[in-house]
Design a protein around this ligand. Sequence first.
Ligand code: PLP
Length: 387
Amino acid sequence: MLNKQRLLTPGPTPLPEDVRLAMAQDMIHHRKPAFKKIMGEIQQGLQHLFGTSQPVLPLTCSGTGAMTAAVTNLFQPGETVLVIEGGKFGERWSAIAESHGLEMVILPVPWGKPVKVIDVLNSLDRWPAIKGILIQASETSTGVLHPIQEIGEMTRKRDVQLVVDGISAVGVSPCPMDEWGIDCLLTGSQKGLMLPPGLAFIALSQRAWERVHTVKSKQFYFNLPKERLQLEQQQTLFTPGISLLVGLAKSLEHFKGDKLQQLFRKQWALTMMARAGISAMGLELLALERFTWGLTSLLMPPGVDASDVLATMARDYGVVAAGGQGAMKGKMIRLGHMGHVDWSDLLAGLYALRQSYVACGGYSGCQNYLELAMKAYEQGLEQHVSA
Ligand SMILES: *Cc1c(COP(=O)(O)O)cnc(C)c1O
């Protein structure tokens, strides 16, 4: 075998060795003291990661499960929500809201652009029935950060819940829940957290909890008030993904204290590196402002099929990247650089991308793109990082 496999996708992401070893341990029982000790330990780490003093509930499901829990616990059928639809995951919010019988005001945003704060404000003014905003912190299908902090400044002055899917933002770029006035923040285990898929996490603000207690219809599995009561006893409502939670206790050590800021710095530098390398190759970046820190999306010129390039990267270089979703399939590549990924992985990713692109009929004249990428990485590390 010539190559190591490098997983440069926006989830799942590679795992550090200490996390993998922790998860290889034999089973423990979820109603016994050893498990309760782990639940106690992870709570502090999760609150630090989320930037909240509220409890962060672990759920055993994929990220979409936490999105479903947010919608079904916070809103009654018939209530109105504003959905920010700037990509595939915005569309998923609409699908979940619709399945729960909510009325929707949909604010479409061109793929690759962040939502405009003024458009959100206008929608809230125009439809006073809106009870909540469903949005992504990072729209993973395009690689864009929506202006959560600015929207939080509006929603905190109104009776509107700000519900944020932070699945590719939490642990990747700053998204401090309490400081930004987020009412519901959720994430999944397989993106920034250096864990396998299978867990999701959700936290609610004080006023969101008050609202949850007024919503009568509750799903049986995703019952957040009951989960919260269980959490107070270091327990979960049903049998959780025990091994994943054991792994989480380990992975959270990578985010402890100042390490979280260090990780943001790394993520920013990797993003600068990817963008510099891709631009130097002569390829077009999709997001030009407020781009995500954990993946970089780029467009293939007409005549070069992104699916062929991706297949070549995997076959000849061991680099697994992601394609575009929906209408962007075959036209776009999403190079992930979140989770346990560093500059050398990304260097391999950029080289594989350039070689495969050329092999599939693309033209790239620039020879020193790897050096330019490394220079951008080093400069990125020196920059002051804030979202
Ligand atoms: C990955 C992702 C999801 C979906 O998560 P699943 O774990 O596949 O359910 C939802 N939203 C965003 C922003 C994501 O990046």
